[in-house]
Ligand binder design. Structure first.
Ligand SMILES: NC(=O)c1ccc[n+]([C@@H]2O[C@H](COP(=O)([O-])OP(=O)(O)OC[C@H]3O[C@@H](n4cnc5c(N)ncnc54)[C@H](OP(=O)(O)O)[C@@H]3O)[C@@H](O)[C@H]2O)c1
Length: 185
């Protein structure tokens, strides 16, 4: 059975997604949205998987990882390093290996969410399995050192998803909106 891959990412106006190994902003409701979207399944008895780079894994406070209710897959060249701290996750040596691992687990895994960072998004954007990009557009500039790779808007169409609020969101002085892009077949 074919694997369905979605990207979920929050980016500010300069396409920034991170700084110093952390998020550049604190958006509690947006975090809840991330959690809700990546957990939601249609078939009971299945979970989704979150696929992430090693630095994104490390950016999650130890007490909150693995992300609960989801199969956590971390991509790292340190997959076989006994000193590495990957408790509660499956570690794979490449994105392709991660996808293969999850393809073998479609009886327990419904969808795969690529949750960052930059290099994982870059590969996911080119993946034959890519279905949608769930992009939170933050309408503000933040200083960042990590960025969302650009994607060709001609290859995607904006769609609505009943699970995604379509009105503008605001937390403190930060205004943002949720967008969903679907790959054109
Ligand atoms: N705004 C958002 O939505 C969002 C989402 C996620 C993350 N972030 C932010 O982004 C930053 C982290 O992202 P990042 O881009 O710096 O790092 P990352 O992609 O999370 O992790 C990079 C690491 O992943 C491993 N990796 C990636 N591609 C690989 C491949 N093809 N083969 C083998 N290993 C591979 C390597 O680990 P090894 O060095 O162990 O080999 C690499 O050093 C943080 O600031 C985080 O807060 C933001």
């Amino acid at each position: 059975m074919s694997l369905r891959l979605n990207i979920i990412v929050a980016a500010c106006e300069n396409q920034g997604i991170g700084i110093n190994g952390e998020l550049p902003w604190r958006l509690r409701e947006e975090m809840k949205y991330f959690s809700r979207m990546t957990k939601a399944t249609t078939s009971s008895g299945k979970q989704n998987a979150v696929l992430m780079g090693r630095k994104t894994w490390e950016s999650i406070p130890a007490k909150f990882r693995p992300l609960p209710g989801r199969v956590n897959v971390v991509i790292s060249s340190r997959a076989k390093d006994p000193g590495a701290e990957f408790n509660g996750s499956t570690v794979c040596g490449s994105f392709k290996e991660g996808i293969q691992e999850l393809q073998n687990r479609t009886d327990e895994v419904e969808s795969v969410w690529a949750i960052g960072g930059s290099s994982i998004y870059e590969i996911a954007l080119e993946s034959e399995h890519l279905h949608r990009i769930y992009l939170t557009r933050i309408l503000k500039n933040f200083e960042c050192d990590t960025f969302l790779p650009s994607f060709d808007p001609k290859k995607f169409q904006i769609v609505t998803d009943p699970a995604v609020p379509d009105e503008m969101q605001q937390e403190g002085d930060i205004i943002y909106k949720y967008e969903v892009y679907e790959k054109v077949k």
